[in-house]
Design a protein around this ligand. Structure first.
Ligand code: ATP
Length: 290
């Protein structure tokens, strides 16, 4: 079967995306998501088709960055909510407040991120959706259902989403254990795995997003990250040790501090277990000397 063509502007974007490997000047990807396994292509198409997208991957693997990049391709603002913090219906939908108008007090409803994204046809990014509180599930179900309609219990307004409204969600699914996503919610998504970058692509992210320029240090930092990812998969160290976010912090600190000090504060100290901390530092010492 011959696949249909995407709209020209999206097609052009994707072509530029493949040129990007040799061209750092491109607007979106300069510090946008660096591609693995055609993820941008596949998610951009899913977004275009109005599918709810679920990104699964360990902490700091670029899920938010990918969501921002997709949203930027469609030039849409992105409203974010994080279900791991105690998120109630008000923080999703909005709240009532009193405002003075012509000497009188009037009650006004301040719209929350879900209502704003639905009405304006923007992107809604729902982080850690597997941690949603039971009271918010009916709202999330309404947002994800094909009817894309919710009733705001604070105003009784029935909100039917703008046709361009899109949902991208994420769950922190590590190599070892996660809170599973409720089946009814999972059913409403097309699902993509986002993995930690390694090797040349990781070096590319370090160069694009940190102040570190020393090639040798970049090389060793990327090698250390590759090893930490492997150790994480084996369950030897917790997942945070392999986070790209932590590595980028270490690279920035290493511009002014020794790499070992940078790694200690950006990676090792984030771990709770003393043995894991030493494990990371011992591994780092095979690359860097004080
Ligand atoms: N593939 C990638 N391309 C570009 N940047 C990346 C990529 N992977 C990770 N990063 C960078 O690593 C950092 C962490 O990424 P991000 O916040 O998107 O991760 P996340 O998976 O959403 O994390 P969490 O699950 O903890 O919310 C950011 O600075 C991001 O720019």
């Amino acid at each position: 079967m011959i696949q249909e063509q995407l709209p020209t502007e999206i097609q052009e974007y994707l072509e530029k995306q493949s040129d990007y490997q040799n061209d750092f000047e491109h607007l979106y990807t300069k510090d946008g998501f660096i591609e693995t396994e055609g993820l941008i292509h596949k998610t951009v198409i899913s977004y275009y088709m109005g599918k709810n997208i679920l990104l699964k991957g360990p902490t700091g693997s670029g899920k938010t960055k990918l969501a921002e990049t997709i949203s930027a391709i469609y030039q849409k603002p992105m409203h974010s909510i994080n279900c791991s913090v105690d998120l109630d219906a008000e923080s999703l939908l909005g709240f009532k407040t009193i405002r003075e108008q012509d000497g009188k007090s009037v009650i006004e409803f301040v719209e929350g991120p879900v209502v704003q994204a639905m009405k304006n046809g923007h992107t809604l990014y729902i982080d850690e959706i597997n941690m949603a509180r039971p009271e918010t599930l009916p709202i999330l179900n309404g947002v994800l259902d094909y009817r894309k309609t919710i009733t705001n219990p604070f105003t009784n307004e029935v909100i039917k989403a703008h046709k361009d409204f899109r949902v991208i969600s994420a769950i922190n699914e590590g190599y070892i254990g996660t809170t599973p996503l409720n089946e009814a919610l999972k059913n409403r998504f097309v699902i993509f795995q986002v993995s930690y970058l390694t090797g040349d692509q990781l070096k590319e992210v370090i160069r694009a997003q940190t102040k570190l320029t020393d090639n040798q240090t970049i090389e060793y930092m990327a090698k250390l990250a590759d090893e930490l990812i492997e150790e994480t998969k084996k369950g030897k160290v917790s997942e945070e040790a392999a986070s790209t976010r932590a590595l980028l912090d270490a690279c920035d600190l290493a511009v002014y501090l020794t790499p070992l000090t940078a790694i200690e504060h950006a990676i090792s100290e984030k771990l709770d277990d003393e043995r894991e901390k030493s494990f990371v530092m011992n591994l780092a010492e095979t690359y860097f000397k004080e």
